[in-house]
Design a binder for this molecule. Sequence first.
Ligand code: GLC
Length: 732
Amino acid sequence: MANLMNSPAYEAARKKAEAMLATMTLTEKTGQLSQFGTSIYSDDEQTFDDHFAEGKVGSYLTIKGAARTNSIQRALMKATRLPIPALFADDVIHGYRTTFPTPLAQSCTWNPEMTRLCNEAAAKEAYRAGLKWTFSPMVDIARDPRWGRIMEGYGEDTYLCSRFSEAAVRGYQGDGETIGKDHVYACMKHYIAYGACIGGRDYNTADLSLQTLYDVYLPPFQAGIDAGAATVMSAFEDVNGVPATGNRYLLTDVLRDQLGFKGFVVSDAGAVTELVPHGFAEDIKEAVRLAFGAGCDMIMAGDPYNEYLPALIEEGRITMEQVDRSVLAVLTLKYLCGLMDEPLVDESGEDCFFSDAHMDIARRAGREAAVLLENNGILPLTPAAMAGKKIALVGPLAGEEGKGHLLGGWACLCDPAHTVSIEEGMRKAFGDTCDILTLRGCGVTCGNSEEEKAAEREQVRQASEAAADYDVIVAVVGEEAGMSGEANSRSDLTLTGCQGQLLEALIATGKPVVLLVSAGRPLILTPYKDRVAALMLIWQMGSEAGDAVADLLTGVVSPSGHLTTSQPVCTGQVPIYYNHANTGRPALGRWPFEAKYRDCQIAPLYPFGYGLSYTSFAYEDIRLSATEMPQDGEITVTLTVRNVGNHDGAAVVQLYIRDLVGSTVRPVKELKGFEKVFLQAGESRELTLSLPASSLAFHDPGMNLIVEPGKFKLWVGEDCTDERFAFDFEVI
Ligand code: GLC
């Protein structure tokens, strides 16, 4: 597949890199494999100038702004013997200055093109700030919302995550076979199965079969590599007993030899030296040998490679060829992106930050990310319908105080002041057509002292008392930005602080409550599901959150988001995901001895793929091109989707299959295709979804990738439980 990494430009850059490599000292070589700078773990802003003369610095992370990167680059280029600039990187996960919805929110758009647009804009801002590389996209499959980093990925499904992975890479790097200005290298992370951490506890062990590793966790990386991803980041956790960062099988045999990855691997922050506490390396020198020997080309961050690789070469435990191969991979990318010719960035370029174009993308992405879960007809609250009425906007995330949290975690160099709050968006949308009262109601969290709790309860009482006089209550609760993301696993997914009490008090007023939930992950909403007039997940939408939410609430656009993670009934249900095995005793309620809980249903509160609209869609004239296909064949599914409501909207047509019998048990459902289509009221469109037999492949017990003949079910529907349109087909 032609892409940046197998292009003529790549080969030309590689030749230049080979010539440069031949002139380098060993110290200069290990320097290219060493990244410095701060990470989220410290505010240490050292630039290690004392390393420059010997050429010991190859890359920096989290240095902010064009002026600062240029200043460091000038000093480095002046002091080093060879003209090799540093590669500047940062965690541009969902925006650099302009903040876009979190990746999990973006995945709920079911519109990979929107993610490509978000990342393209993010890349432009990052590039203009002196960066050439971002530690994104995170393509970890996540089935456990206790894991805080579920907010950084694209949900629980392999097929959908793979589509977003390729779109994310193309957004950052561009589409072609070169990488020009205003684009940055992507870094797919965290290789691999970081999201499979037991207990949803960050950094914890992942222990899974090779079949699951290959069939569930690997494809999004393959998709990104096929799209030309230039780098990969090795993960922290131990995978089947071997830490990912010291795992030669995964980093070399699989990633390079099987998946064909040609770029370079950077460790996660500290993951090399953490091989010691893992009990996998006796000391840091051994950790360097194991990580570098496994295929971890660059260390994030600091001197261990500079310090120990020369000795390991001297002792014959690492070869110069290994070092040269890694240095070549790094240097090639430095030539390929033009850094070697233009080490400095034009500082006037930062005027693109928060541009109208970027804010418009953020607003559009936010509109498409929201997932409407309940609506008794109260939404949309059109200004016309609300004229003369009164809205009480209540909750810790509704007003000025909450807007920084609407940006979500990993928001890079975000600016809460440059964020539209829900209140601001609502006031702009309604103008003076109706009276809007904004009340905090309570905090997202609450202190532990009796005084603090009493004060929160009093605030709840006052807010609900005031809200009782209003016609409609819009409640905004959820998580603070810092409650998800790295090192933010939660053992309890219910609403924190007095938010639950606030909702109970607001519901008790008897006035209709429109519940908006802003969080980095799925939360437990079971107590409110049937008691509010409407329920919408607004996730953490970023800089334009308030405008996007107002557009949705007032009906400027209809919600079109669909879930990409199963929403649990209670925390005890997790990990929970739709594409599970059937087991020999599926919970059908036929007898007590079934795969179920005594105290909870096994179905989620809301299933994967679910999402409501202000309109409705009819699926008509659905037909398969065939009911049989050979193991190398393809079936197409054609249908007409019609907007049969009176509001413009977007349908997300989903194609699921089930392999009824396999040489390993197959999931009860698997997403194998989807298409989002915007239709005006009354409009219809014919769609064709392709189902190649190759998409049915899986690894058998002998780890052979096979497409097995046999009978299959196929559904076309609006979520993974929609079985209105079922078909049979066979692979022969
Ligand atoms: C963190 C994260 C990783 C990030 C890196 C640099 O520990 O695990 O995703 O890119 O450090 O900040």
